[in-house]
Design a protein around this ligand. Structure first.
Ligand SMILES: NC(=O)c1ccc[n+]([C@@H]2O[C@H](COP(=O)([O-])OP(=O)(O)OC[C@H]3O[C@@H](n4cnc5c(N)ncnc54)[C@H](OP(=O)(O)O)[C@@H]3O)[C@@H](O)[C@H]2O)c1
Length: 254
């Protein structure tokens, strides 16, 4: 985990529960830990577990961010700018997401758009808003990776087009799968566009994990996957730019 020391600042969305909270906990407990972990969530006042962690670890800063609100994005960027100063922001983890179950019979245009807004458009807008701070960080280092500047989009294996077949158990999640497939295209476009700035972008499948979203049948627990996710992130380099990796670092097909 020594590589974490090179990543000075990390900002994560959706950290009041689930994988986002697990990432904050894992990063804070890592030795060494990033100098600054900016844990964002929609309702900081209600984020009790996050506040508990904040009392334990002095490098956690909690800020409000609703990823579908333009005002909220603009406000948090200003706040983060004041906190990170000329060193900029090293790593943005677009973790927040929603799932609305909908089979072909159930799916509506409204559900599709709601999920698309939160799981695809928001990641693009949040990334765009943080670009000046990511560029600042990138200017101070060389190579590619979280030590310099990186955008990590939390995607899902269920977005892989090659895995869709008649025996597919996840056909009841039309809005989610389609939005995550589109998010993967966001990753590819950002990776191509930002390469010359030294900013890396990947899609990451965190594993099927027991969270509110993953459900109780999921084979993995948060504590089982976070160390592996953090090790994958710490080892990212130029060869990984624009890739789709799982929690163990294996490349997934689009
Ligand atoms: N769990 C899995 O098996 C699995 C598998 C593949 C991919 N993923 C992906 O991993 C990420 C985290 O999943 P999870 O399992 O931790 O889900 P989760 O337990 O349902 O947590 C989702 C998080 O996203 C936040 N969020 C939702 N809408 C938001 C918004 N508009 N603004 C800010 N935050 C918002 C939630 O905050 P509130 O409490 O305010 O709603 C919550 O903190 C998601 O992108 C998910 O698609 C999960």
């Amino acid at each position: 985990m020594a590589q974490h020391s090179q990543c000075r600042s990390v900002l994560i969305t959706g950290t009041n529960r689930g994988i986002g909270l697990g990432l904050v906990r894992g990063l804070a407990a890592a030795s060494p830990s990033p100098e600054l972990i900016i844990a964002t969530c929609r309702y900081p006042d209600k984020a009790q577990e996050l506040h508990q962690l904040c009392k334990q670890y002095r490098n956690i800063k909690i800020l409000r961010l609703d990823v579908v609100s333009e005002n909220s994005i603009n406000e948090v960027v200003k706040e983060v700018e004041g906190i990170v100063g000329p060193q900029g922001l090293n790593c943005l983890i677009n973790n927040a997401g929603i799932n609305v179950l909908a089979s072909l019979d159930e799916v509506t245009a409204e559900t599709m758009l709601t999920v698309y807004k939160t799981n695809t458009v928001a990641q693009l807008m949040v990334s765009k808003a943080f670009l000046p701070l990511l560029r600042k960080a990138a200017q101070q280092s060389t190579g590619m990776g979280c030590h310099r500047a990186a955008i990590i989009n939390m995607s899902s294996r269920s977005a892989c087009m090659q895995f869709v077949d008649v025996n597919d158990l996840a056909l009841g999640v039309y809005p989610y799968r389609i939005a995550k497939t589109a998010l993967n295209m966001v990753t590819r476009c950002l990776a191509a566009d930002l390469k010359s700035d030294g900013i890396l972008c990947i899609s990451l499948h965190p594993g099927w994990i027991q969270t509110d979203m993953g459900g109780k049948k999921a084979p993995l627990k948060i504590q089982d996957t976070i160390p592996s996710i953090l090790s994958v992130l710490a080892q990212l380099g130029e060869k990984d730019n624009g890739s789709f990796l799982d929690w163990q670092g294996k490349t997934l097909p689009w």
